[in-house]
Design a protein around this ligand. Structure first.
Ligand SMILES: [Zn+2]
Length: 212
């Protein structure tokens, strides 16, 4: 049994869109179209704001407070790769989240993002090379040597070869210690340490032999 039978009254439904939705179900397709048009008008006319949390969600989004626009700093960094017709390239005050999301998915934005990744990788490699180079220099100084003194043209003994274990840091041809040495002394030869190789061989052999 309903409480209405005991004098209770039913609370009126909400206003605005909720009320419209009630109307839509009650009044048929014509009323539904009217509601849709009204909602669309409201959606296009309402003033949207840039949400600060977008900057942490999409690190490429920048909000220019002075101009009141948001833009993509990644695409602006590479205008030759970016889609210059994108509102996020020129800067837009249309603060719609779907606009940000569709820009994120665009081919041009992805290309710009990949370029940034590539450049930061290159920068890291260059920094690592610099650190390896200065470490070698410090090591040589501890035994009163330097790259200059070890040049084949310099008086006294020169560097003919360098002996390493087989790890990439030492023998890597792109960023390893030997590649750094060869940039200064191109005639230097790298040798994979024989004693070290023997040690590895003995260790491997012992693992496969239960008696050891
Ligand atoms: Zn972009």
């Amino acid at each position: 049994m309903s409480l209405l039978n005991f004098g209770f009254t039913q609370e009126k439904k909400g206003h605005g869109v909720a009320e419209d939705q009630c109307k839509r179900s009650a009044d048929g397709p014509a009323a539904a179209d009217e509601v849709q048009t009204k909602n669309k008008k409201y959606d296009t006319q309402r003033k949207r704001l840039f949400l600060p949390q977008w900057k942490t969600k999409w690190l490429w989004v920048v909000y220019d407070e002075e101009k009141g626009v948001m833009f993509c700093q990644t695409c602006r960094k590479y205008p030759s790769l970016a889609d210059k017709s994108s509102p996020l390239f020129s800067g837009t005050s249309n603060f719609r989240v779907d606009l940000v999301k569709s820009h994120q998915r665009s081919r041009e934005h992805e290309a710009c993002g990949m370029r940034i990744q590539h450049e930061s990788k290159e920068r890291a490699t260059t920094e690592l090379k610099g650190r390896i180079y200065s470490s070698i220099q410090k090591g040589l100084e501890t035994v009163n040597l330097s790259f200059e003194k070890l040049q084949p043209t310099a008086p006294g003994p020169s560097l003919a070869c360098a002996n390493f274990d087989g790890c990439n840091v030492m023998l890597g041809q792109r960023g390893g210690v030997i590649s750094q040495i060869k940039e200064v002394i191109p005639t230097a030869l790298e040798i994979h340490c024989v004693a070290h190789k023997l040690e590895r061989a003995v260790l491997d052999a012992s693992k496969s032999c239960p008696q050891m």
